[in-house]
Design a protein around this ligand. Structure first.
Ligand code: SF4
Length: 352
């Protein structure tokens, strides 16, 4: 029996029952693929259902405000995914009459849809024979063929893509793609592959060499850079209501258009006094008296190439400061309604 045939038979008998496997609607497949990038299935499932409830189709997503989309995405991280989805939904409605392009090359013209997502949508929804390549597929193929090429290099990536396409079952490419990803997720796991239950064991070169976990080969990782962030959680009372000063992030970074607190970045961990001294030097909050009421423990927030070490310094001021154009006074009771980076959300969840 051929490799792809074994894989598909195994998939039919063993696949997990997941809601996006019950549909070929490109909007739902797109949504599931974008959510599942960098997110575990269990966590992603909730978001998938919530998103579809709020925006059941591409027209619904296109008509939403970016703030509502980001709010619904809150906690998933990698917010550019949500911003790109929103942008692309509007483009599909405006320029494509609300109908998704049916080929991988057409899909890749849309913002945020790269090789992987385009191949997934085109193969699952429109039967285009094009292979998906994600971390699971890469791991399975590098072991199956005991590839001695580092898979995170250009030559490694094109080698894997070539192998995936050569195995692709032309008559049912969507099922083949889902089969090999499912095998990577359920059987050919990174640390302890269950080779005894694997439909590819007969052909697997890494298993023959008894070196399964030596694959895939990767270039040595650089250590993530560490950044020290000192967030200023500045509050004041007005008409018996507590307000917090926040800022909307406008720079073109991962948290664009989300809300956080004013922040002083330092080269190393520093005490609250030093942070306040920097505020004074920078003229932040003018000459208002600042009273520190609480300093949080350090929060560690891991991003792909950076480790953020964040401290939250709670400060009260007697009144709203002169408008400097960057700080926005938000009622404390309304902060939850804003799109917030996960780090800020974690802090607020522990607010006492
Ligand atoms: S035999 Fe083991 S290492 Fe090889 S593909 Fe299957 S699970 Fe992965």
């Amino acid at each position: 029996m051929h490799i792809s045939q074994s894989l598909i038979e195994w998939y039919h008998d063993n696949k997990r029952s997941l809601p996006w496997r019950e549909t070929r609607d490109p909007y739902k497949i797109w949504l599931s693929e974008v959510i599942l990038q960098q997110t575990r299935v269990n966590q992603g499932m909730d978001y998938y259902h919530r998103f579809l409830l709020a925006f059941p189709d591409v027209q619904g997503l296109a008509a939403a405000s970016e703030q509502d989309v980001l709010k619904l995405w809150q906690g998933l991280g990698y917010y550019s995914r949500a911003r790109n989805m929103h942008h692309t939904a509007m483009e599909i409605v405006e320029n494509y009459h609300g109908i998704f392009p049916q080929s991988a090359s057409g899909l890749k013209k849309l913002k945020g849809i790269g090789d992987y997502t385009a191949a997934a949508i085109a193969s699952i929804c429109f039967d285009e024979p094009t292979a998906v390549v994600d971390g699971n597929v890469t791991r399975v193929l590098s072991r199956l063929y005991a590839l001695d090429t580092e898979v995170d290099t250009n030559s490694g990536r094109s080698l894997i893509a070539g192998l995936a396409n050569s195995l692709l079952n032309g008559s049912d490419p969507g099922t083949f793609n889902q089969s090999i990803m499912e095998l990577g997720a359920l059987i050919c796991s990174p640390k302890s592959p269950a080779c005894h239950a694997c439909p590819l064991a007969f052909w697997c070169e890494a298993l023959k060499k008894n070196q399964t976990t030596n694959y895939p080969l990767k270039t040595p990782k650089k250590l993530p850079t560490v950044r020290h962030l000192n967030y200023l959680v500045i509050s004041f009372m007005q008409d018996k209501e507590a307000f917090i000063l926040m800022r909307k992030r406008t720079g073109n970074d991962i948290w664009k258009n989300m809300y956080d607190f004013p922040c002083i970045e330092t080269e190393s961990a520093v005490e609250a006094d030093e942070v306040l001294a920097i505020c004074k030097i920078n003229g932040l909050l003018g000459s208002l008296p600042l009273v520190v009421t609480h300093v949080s423990d350090e929060y560690i927030h891991q991003l792909s190439h950076r480790t953020l070490l964040a401290k939250f310094i709670r400060i009260t001021i007697p009144q709203i400061p002169d408008d400097d154009g960057t700080l926005i006074a938000i009622k404390k009771s309304k902060i939850d309604e804003l799109p917030l980076p996960r780090l800020i959300d974690r802090y607020l969840a522990n607010w006492i």
